[in-house]
Every structure is written in structure tokens, then in C-alpha cells.
Design a binder for this molecule. Structure first.
Ligand code: SF4
Length: 193
């Protein structure tokens, strides 16, 4: 039986919601997808890194030997989320999850996003041995570990997103002008400047 996943949330949307809930509203309720030079540059950096990483024989120094798989589709039917993980290292004992980032600063998104990937991977039957973020500018790996609070945060965001979509309610703007200045939706927000 094929399960329809069209309405499932993308894992990236959790990150966007944490950045500013309104970006999720524009994307999910109004179907507005906008790209700025900044977001394009970040995307390009990730693509370039992926190409370089695929060529490197032993990419993840922090992880044991294993088969590397790229752009791994992950899905959780329990939480109705889908995502595409940058890299998975498959070992005899289990797998390591790796996500590439075009920044070395964690603005509080990394754990929630990776936690969602881990939830999906576990549900799909993978034995997850560890999770890492690869910082493109620093060329370093950072291991992520999770606490109960990450599960609570994940559930809260998942629920808030579902409610926002159901109500089609535009959230309040965030109180962080620096984020608005580089936001791809700034032209739609006439109440932030
Ligand atoms: S401009 Fe500011 S308030 Fe509007 S969507 Fe972007 S970050 Fe959110």
C-alpha cells in the first residue's frame, strides 16, 4: 500500500519556523517560495561541498569506516515529516547521520532539524549511532546529542505548524531586525521597518 505523503512537513520547515514562523506561513499557506542572493549562495556552497565530499574517500574523520550514501530520503509516518539528509555513513553496527551547513554558527536550529532526521531514521529501522553537522566554512564536524527538551521542542514546533496551516493565520513578525534584513520575504512584511 502506498501512503500519500503530500501533506507531510519537510524537515527544513522546522528550521524555517524557528528562524521566523512567518516564513513558514508564506511558504506553506501562500505557496510563496522566494530566493535571495544570500540563500542562493548558501545553496550553491552546499552543492559544491556535496560534490567535493563525494570525491573524498574518507570524508568523515570523526566516524568509523562505512559506506557513504548521499541525499538520503527519510520519512516518519508517525510525525508526518519528510526530509533529505545530506549524507549517511552505513557501518556494520548502524548508521551515522550527517547534515552539511553553510555556516559554523548554530542559531538554535541544528538540534531540532537533526533530531527530526533521527526520528525518521529510527522509524525506518536504522540503528542510529550518531549525528553530526559538517560546517562548510570551518570544514569541521560537530557531534550532536539530544536531550528530552529537544523532543519537546520538536513536538511543539510540529504542533504549531499544523495549527498555523489549519487556521491559515499569519504569525506576528519576529522582533529581530537583523533577521528581517536578510529575509527572502522582507518585501511582503510591511510591518517590520
Ligand atoms: S521579514 Fe522578518 S518578520 Fe517578515 S518573514 Fe522575514 S524574518 Fe519574518
Amino acid at each position: 500500500m502506498t501512503i500519500n505523503t503530500d501533506h507531510y512537513l519537510r524537515v527544513n520547515e522546522l528550521k524555517n519556523y524557528l528562524y521566523c514562523p512567518r516564513t513558514s506561513y508564506y511558504s506553506l499557506c501562500l505557496s510563496l517560495e522566494r530566493e535571495t542572493d544570500l540563500s542562493k549562495a548558501g545553496h550553491e556552497a552546499e552543492l559544491t561541498t556535496k560534490r567535493q565530499m563525494k570525491r573524498r574517500k574518507r570524508a568523515l574523520h570523526a566516524v568509523h569506516e562505512g559506506d557513504r550514501v548521499f541525499d538520503v530520503a527519510l520519512v516518519s509516518h508517525v510525525y508526518e515529516i519528510v526530509g533529505r539528509l545530506d549524507e549517511m555513513v552505513v557501518t556494520e553496527k548502524g548508521v551515522y547521520l550527517i547534515d552539511y551547513k553553510d555556516t559554523d554558527k548554530d542559531h538554535g536550529y541544528w538540534h531540532v532539524q537533526m533530531y527530526a532526521y533521527q526520528l525518521a531514521a529510527l522509524e525506518m529501522g536504522y540503528n542510529v549511532l550518531g549525528c553530526y553537522v559538517y560546517s562548510i566554512p570551518k570544514k569541521t564536524y560537530r557531534a550532536l546529542t539530544f536531550k528530552a527538551q529537544h523532543h519537546q521542542t520538536f513536538l511543539r514546533i510540529r504542533q504549531e505548524l499544523a495549527r498555523m496551516i489549519a487556521d491559515e493565520r499569519c504569525p506576528q513578525p519576529i522582533d529581530h531586525i537583523g533577521k528581517c534584513r536578510v529575509c527572502q520575504y522582507v518585501r511582503f512584511c510591511n510591518d517590520v521597518f
